[in-house]
Design a protein around this ligand. Structure first.
Ligand code: NOJ
Length: 559
């Protein structure tokens, strides 16, 4: 919970509500030493760039020591930096460089699980005194897992450990055993570590799958089939509020920091229980509703239909359903999502228009906007021509299972879906220039560079008169100037799809956001006679809203 900024217009102003957050996936951001992997010194080289874009906060994905089964989300040592990324001294330099430019730093907090190479797990697997119950262990038949729970990455959520002669739980990869939060010693160790990072001067945490921490006693079977089986037992588990409250009270309650909880399977009502005045000390959440919109009947490895009205419904539910003191984390992209323009826009004919329309929506909603690296230049999905080119465990594993079970005969059968959905689209290297490897590295990049880097890159976007980059900058500046965009109430306007229009109101001030979410001209069905245009993605717009909106046209007016 952060301290409040001086109240100027009768609102409780809070810095993290007014901030724009920029997410860095360090492995793919900038490599400074030619080993093909992005690193902390690379980020330091780009702090000036971040400042020029105008963002306020950096969320840094894990840089902690890790064997990288899940690219840093499998932590071996919470208090040291992964060799490939640099050293603690580099991290301190990064913090100072960001703070020098008034950019805050939010770290990733991954405490649902550790790596199986973490000291705690090594001791626990050997049954060492005091560590026996650090993880979820169940003894029994080595051929029969304790229950039917599944991992989010596919396959059973349990693996048998020969050393301990027992099963352990992992809701993600088998190299990511789940910590046993029922054990007070685990909680105390985690709080000590969290406090240590806070003392190092950071400005908050993004909390990984934080509503999965609590698992029920007895590990009952899941009754509901689906992604993944067992979730009714471990999502928002029985003691989750107690754990989160305690974590808050023991650690960040004492600091002026922000927290954002990544929460799976979250609905608005449950979000309200975590957030706000009566919540658990969490500032905002990431929910997934709008990212499930294009799953097909067979789930996420199937592409489904979506419509603008589906989005309207979801956003309106969240915008109006969150309590007055609750707050939303707004995002299109992150390191787990494909590129938004390839997904919900048009990455060929209308790349500029559709990217900027989607950006206008993101910044038009109530909540804190998160921009993922590359989103600000409209990076697109790539083509992963073979399974060998795919790096992500959460793409490889499900495909390996499909191949093993004969659901598909070859990778080529699923290539289109991978090219649509894989997490690797977000992880292709940041496209800095049209030089070798998009200016990301002098060495061999750890993952393929998107072929379109000669056309889509930071250098050309910044030197163009009109580009996605400049539009993002304009939106960031606008949000800084317009309190109504931050705090205003949201009201949906009744216009026919695919036009999406809503107002934001704060006191007497009213803003209108209007979007044509299609590649055809559309009537806006609105007539604005004396509005002031604040931003728009087509040039030559007048102050009045004409009847026709061009493909993917987006505008924000003051009414
Ligand atoms: C959510 C993270 O965003 C994702 O990248 C990771 O694989 C899982 N949590 C497990 O930590």
């Amino acid at each position: 919970m952060g301290s409040e900024i001086e109240d100027t217009a009768g609102i409780d102003r809070t810095w993290w509500k007014e901030a724009v957050v920029y997410q860095i996936y360090p492995r793919s951001f900038k490599d400074s030493n030619g080993d093909g992997v992005g690193d902390i010194s690379g980020i330091i080289e780009k702090v000036e760039y971040l400042d020029a874009l105008g963002i306020d906060v950096v969320w840094l994905c894990p840089v902690y020591d890790s064997p990288n089964a899940d690219n840093g989300y499998d932590i071996r040592d919470y208090r040291s930096i992964m060799d490939e990324m640099g050293t603690m001294a580099d991290w301190e330099r990064l913090l100072a460089a960001l703070h020098d430019r008034d950019i805050r730093l939010v770290m990733d907090l991954v405490v649902n699980h550790t790596s199986d190479e973490h000291e705690w797990f090594r001791k626990s697997r050997r049954g060492e005194d005091g560590y026996e119950d650090y993880y979820h262990w169940v003894e029994g038949d080595p051929d029969q897992p304790p229950n039917n729970w599944e991992s989010y990455f596919g396959g059973p959520a349990w693996s048998y450990d020969e050393t301990r002669e027992a099963w352990y739980l992992h809701l993600f990869d088998e190299k990511q055993p789940d910590l046993n939060w029922r054990n007070p010693d685990v909680r105390a160790d985690v709080y000590e570590m969290v406090d240590w990072w806070l003392q190092n001067g950071i400005d908050g945490f993004r909390m990984d799958v934080i509503n999965l921490l609590s698992k029920p006693e007895g590990y009952p079977d899941g009754e509901i089939e689906g992604y993944p089986t067992g979730r009714e037992h471990f999502v928002n588990g029985p003691r989750i509020h107690e754990y989160l409250r305690e974590l808050y009270e023991e650690t960040y309650a004492n600091y002026d920091v922000m927290t954002v909880g990544e929460m799976v399977d979250l609905d608005v009502e449950t979000a309200n229980a975590y957030l706000g005045e009566d919540g658990d000390g969490l500032d905002m959440v990431f929910h997934f509703d709008h990212t499930f919109i294009d799953f097909g009947p067979d789930g996420r490895w199937d592409i489904g239909e979506w419509s603008v009205s589906d989005f309207e419904e979801i956003f309106t539910e969240w915008q109006t359903g969150l309590d007055e003191t609750s707050w939303d984390g707004l995002y299109w992209e992150n390191h787990d999502q494909p590129r938004v323009v390839s997904r919900f826009g048009d990455d060929e004919q209308y790349r500029y228009e559709s990217t900027t329309m989607l950006a206008t929506l993101l910044f038009g909603l109530r909540g804190t906007p998160y921009v993922y690296q590359g989103q600000e230049i409209g990076m697109t999905n790539a083509d992963f021509e073979s399974l060998e080119a795919v790096r992500d465990v959460d793409t490889r594993r499900p495909i390996e299972i499909m191949l093993e079970e004969g659901e598909i005969d070859s990778y080529q059968q699923i290539r289109d879906v991978v090219n649509y959905r894989s997490r690797d689209h977000a992880r292709t290297p940041m496209q800095w220039s049209d030089g070798e490897n998009a200016g990301f590295t002098d060495g061999d990049p750890w993952i393929k560079v998107n072929d379109n880097y000669t056309e889509i890159n930071v250098e050309s976007a910044r030197s163009a008169d009109r580009s996605v980059w400049w539009y993002y900058r304009e939106l960031i500046d606008l949000r800084e100037d317009e309190q109504t965009l931050v705090y205003g109430e949201y009201d949906l306007l009744d216009v026919p799809d695919p036009v999406y229009a809503f107002t934001r109101t704060l006191g007497d001030d009213e803003l209108l956001v209007v979007l044509n979410w299609s590649d055809q001209e559309q009537s806006s069905s609105l007539s604005i006679e004396d509005g002031t245009l604040l931003v728009g993605n087509y040039s030559g717009i007048e102050t009045t809203l004409s009847e026709t909106l061009r493909p993917y046209e987006a505008r924000i007016y003051r009414l």
